[in-house]
Design a protein around this ligand. Structure first.
Ligand code: HEC
Length: 186
């Protein structure tokens, strides 16, 4: 088999970084290399330099990571209900986790931290539009409803239950899509 060899060459890496910079026009955050020691030896990881990430950016990044977690929780439930992944026994834990995230939706928006002009992220409208509260409340309610549905199930494996629960899950998804449509720039 004719496999490409990975290229580990500092000069090429630097040239690539310069090209990337020229292409995007905005400076990349400076990076630092941190050693992660442990029983398997030392591993180096290259990270954004903490000195270059201010409080606003850290807040935004936290919100984005939380959204990723919400997404993973939602998608895990979806794999079970819509696609038949054999983990129905985990539905109560997952539905509780999603409802907890629904309850917590306020936290990620507690500080006014919109994306910079033209960049992906939260739109300033999220802090200006009084209706944003209604979107957060509706999401909270949709995740609570899914939890109630799962908790009330006699048999989590039952096909009829899974079909009805998928409809409730679609109601949760509606809230993700509607909020993104109005308050997020991709
Ligand atoms: C009340 C509004 C709201 C709801 C409800 C909501 N989101 Fe979001 N979501 C946002 C906003 C605003 C952003 C952009 C945040 C940012 O980049 O600062 C976002 C970003 C994301 C991202 C990208 C995160 C990243 O790494 O940049 C994912 C993934 C995501 N949401 C998934 C979901 C899923 C899945 C649901 C539903 C289960 C959901 N969201 C519900 C408002 C919402």
């Amino acid at each position: 088999m004719n496999r490409m060899q990975p290229i580990h060459h500092p000069l090429r890496t630097t040239l690539f970084a310069i090209l990337l910079l020229a292409a995007t026009g905005s400076p990349a955050t400076a990076e630092v290399t941190v050693t992660m020691p442990g029983p398997w030896g030392d591993y180096d990881e290259t990270l954004d330099d903490p000195a270059e990430v201010d409080a606003t950016e850290a807040f935004q990044r936290f919100r984005q990571q939380s959204m990723q977690g919400t997404s993973a929780t939602y998608r895990s439930i979806e794999q079970i209900l819509r696609y038949g992944a054999p983990f129905a026994g985990q539905l109560p834990d997952l539905a509780r986790e999603l409802a907890r995230r629904g309850d917590d939706i306020e936290t990620g928006f507690a500080q006014e931290t919109p994306a910079r002009e033209g960049e992906p992220g939260a739109l300033p409208k999220a802090w200006e539009d009084p209706e944003f509260s209604a979107y957060k409340a509706a999401f909270r309610e949709a995740t609570a409803e899914l939890q109630r549905k799962v908790d009330a199930a006699d048999d989590l494996e039952d096909e009829g239950f899974q079909l009805r629960a998928t409809e409730v899950l679609n109601g949760v998804r509606h809230q993700c899509l509607a909020c993104h449509d109005n308050y997020r720039r991709r």
